[in-house]
Design a protein around this ligand. Structure first.
Ligand SMILES: NC(=O)CCC(=O)C(=O)O
Length: 302
């Protein structure tokens, strides 16, 4: 008998691995056209959710974020994603895009929005850990030169399916966000990460991190990347959008180009993983602290 676990029914998803260019209008048109196509051509039956990658409406470039930034909820990107979710009656994980917040002195954030099938925003996550790295002979990137960091973890209710945690790309390197989302009282069944790893760090850690967060927490991890760009001087996104199950097994993986990736998050698999290998219930909080229940992590959805 499979006990009752946090994913109440299977969730059918499509991940849109697309390449964004300099023209914002064209990026938005491409995203909606891919969403329409994903729904029309679904190979797994009726979809519940469609996900976009990190920075899908702009180049991934610290010098460009301010030029593409929009106020939420009045900006074009928010309006378009809301209309698209409503038109199709589907959840949308709106990748991420640069947000400008006039209430915070015009600070810019790397922000992800989740839309319900009626077009309402049900969650908003501002990237908590900014991507500041410098690998000799590899890649240097410093998001903090133009972006500000979010101040809280994000967990939201995905209708009847259950709870989900949300992070953006570099956030996946910090196990705490997934740990917070998967433990009581949040008890999420998945972490969603729009993310743009690159050709240096992707081969090193993309799969390892997705599988680690999945197996540590016995949850699904869902990572949606931009397609690889071969433009001179552009950010070399890794591609390989990925869905990993609670055993740490890859259930779907994209290549490097533009692609729609379909996957089903199976509630029975999640139940069986937790039943068969019950680490989820064997933690020794008498030996080490349950920092999620006893501490007070900052968690929100909007
Ligand atoms: N967009 C990002 O946060 C990139 C993160 C990344 O590539 C990494 O290695 O971490």
């Amino acid at each position: 008998m499979v006990p009752k676990f946090p994913l109440t029914k299977s969730l059918k998803v499509a991940l849109i691995q697309l390449k964004a260019g300099a023209d914002k209008k064209a990026n938005l048109a491409k995203a909606t056209s891919y969403i329409d196509d994903a729904i029309k051509k679904s190979t797994i039956g009726k979809l519940d959710l469609v996900m976009l990658p990190e920075c899908f409406n702009s180049p991934y470039d610290v010098n460009q974020f301010r030029n593409y930034a929009e106020v939420i909820p009045t900006g074009d990107t928010t309006k378009l994603l809301s209309e698209t979710a409503k038109k199709h009656g589907i959840y949308i994980v709106g990748g991420s895009f640069p947000e400008i917040d006039p209430a915070q002195g015009d600070k810019i954030y790397n922000t992800s929005l989740i839309f319900s099938p009626s077009g309402d925003i049900i969650a908003k996550h501002r990237k908590v850990h900014l991507f500041d790295i410098d690998i000799q002979g590899g890649i240097s990137f410093k998001e903090s030169t133009s972006l500000s960091a979010g101040e809280r973890a994000t967990v939201f209710k995905l209708g009847d399916f259950g709870n989900v945690g949300l992070g953006i790309c570099y956030d996946i390197r910090f196990p705490e966000l997934a740990m917070i989302a998967s433990r009581n009282p949040y008890n999420s069944f998945a972490m969603f990460y729009p993310g743009a790893f690159n050709t240096t760090t992707g081969p090193l850690h993309w799969h390892l991190l997705a599988r680690s967060r999945a197996v540590d927490n016995e949850i699904y991890t869902v990572l949606c990347s931009p397609a690889r760009s071969n433009e001179e001087g552009g950010y070399p996104a890794y591609g390989h959008s990925l869905v990993v199950d609670p055993y740490g097994k890859i259930v779907a993986e994209a290549g490097e180009g533009e692609e729609i990736l379909y996957a089903e998050l199976d509630n029975e698999v999640l139940g069986k993983a937790r039943q068969g290998i019950p680490v989820h219930y064997q933690r020794r909080f008498d030996v080490y602290e349950d920092f999620v229940a006893n501490g007070s992590p900052k968690v929100g959805d909007l």
